[in-house]
Structures are given as C-alpha cells and as structure tokens.
Design a protein around this ligand. Sequence first.
Ligand SMILES: N[C@@H](CCC[C@H](N)C(=O)O)C(=O)O
Length: 282
Amino acid sequence: MSIAFSKYQGLGNDFILIDNRHSDIPVIEPAAAIIWCDRHFGIGGDGVIFVLPGQNGADYTMRIFNSDGSEPEMCGNGIRCMAKFIAALEGKVDTAVTYKIYTLAGIITPKVLLDGQVEVDMGEPRLLSAEIPTTLNASQEKVIGRSIEVDGKTWTVTCVSMGNPHCMTFVEDASSIPLETIGPKFEHHPAFPQRTNTEFVQVIRPDYVKMRVWERGAGITLACGTGACATVVAGVLTGKCDRLCTVELPGGGLQIEWSQADNRVYMTGPAELVFKGEAAAE
Ligand SMILES: N[C@@H](CCC[C@H](N)C(=O)O)C(=O)O
C-alpha cells in the first residue's frame, strides 16, 4: 500500500503532510513517522502532520508526530503549513481563508493571507510552572529568570508554554552556543517532566532578536514557531523585548505580537509546498 503526502516547509522547518480527513486515526504509526522523517532512508522532515476531521467545533484537527515519533501538543510552523495544505485540498487558491484547527493545545486559528503568508492566532501563553510543566518553581509561580544547572554551568532561564514547553536563555551571542551538545541536556533535564524545547536568544534591539532552537523530539531545526512566540513572551516578561518583535531564526524571520488587548500571541510567516509524492506504508 502507498500513501500520498505533500512536503511543506515554514522557514526550513519541514513537514510531511497527510490528508487524513476520512478518519480520526492517523494513517501511519509513530514508528513509521520516524522512518519517513529520516533524511537518508526516508522522505526527510522534522515531523509528520495529519489533517483529521474537526473536533470541538473546529473545522479540522491537527495531530503531529516529531521525527523521534513523540507527539507534541502544537507546532507553529506546522500549523501554517497545514493551513496552506488544507487551502490547496479545498481548491482555495489566491483567496484569504481562515480555519479553526483543534490541537492538543486547544483551538488555534490560522489565516492564509492574500500574499501567501499565514497569520496565526496562537492563543494565550501559559506561564505557571505546573502548566509548562517544570519543577523549577514548584510553588506554581511563573518561572522568570530562574537558575538551572545544566552540564556543570548555571543558566538563567525563563519558561513559557505555548501548549508545548519552552525554556529560553538570553545570551550575548547565540551563534556561540554549542546547541548539539547542550540542547539534549536541557531537553532531558529532570526539571522538565515532559522534556522541553530549548531556545537561546540574542537581543539585537527590543523589536528584533536572533534565536536558535533545540527542539524536543526533533533536535536542531531551522525554525520553531511556538518557540518564536515563547521567546517574545519571555522577552516581554524579562523587560528585554517589545510586544511586537521580529524573531530571526536560521531559516528566516517571523513577526510575533503578544497582544496587550487580549493576551493572545499572533505569529505571521511563510509556508510553502516543496513537493508531493507517495510513500510505502508498512
Ligand atoms: N517546530 C515546531 C514545534 C514542534 C513541536 C516540538 N518539537 C515539541 O515537541 O514541542 C514549531 O514550529 O512550533
């Protein structure tokens, strides 16, 4: 049996998209997603995203498997790709269209704009330690500028959940951080019972930061949408960033706004079809 897929990327964060509208159960298992995501033996990708029938009043449901087979609650670049994929499935080309997508982080609302960019209402950030989750501040307070020992060094971190967990460290020079070695040590640190995404952020100006990410379940990626949102929230909480801020990632820039008016985070960025194909299912 073979399964049709479309490969999309958002700032180089790349995903295999599957039209799963006929069933609530993803057509491939996490073990197959690991093989499909492999860049030598598979299609290659940071994750596999399934478009399922809507739940809880949503138009569609998104499920995603990371390249290690784990299932995250949300994916910011992925939901922009999913919105473009659905618009193509529905034949809505060159029109603005908005979808309500049910995710494990709640309802998320991407809007495909006329210029092809996608603006996403990412919902409200979650700041309490139990919501992230982290044991860094067990008294249920926010985790802003707390110390953590990782790899024999003390780091000052701020933690934010955008449905999935993020741990941000502000640094002088993000390019000098040995992500490959320090990233997994943050990800698997006992202070994060559900592991964590890890971001190193260099403030260029309050409205412009550079960020590099080690993703939970995927490792180094060229961009992370939820990570960019969490970065701006952390920057505002620590007095380093404006609420409206560009986050420059290795794959390009995202416009992020943490709205004072409704406490929601809005993300705008690209999403593009790379190619379509068919892959063997086990
Ligand atoms: N790249 C994504 C985040 C994907 C999920 C992440 N690896 C996790 O496990 O939380 C994004 O753009 O947000």
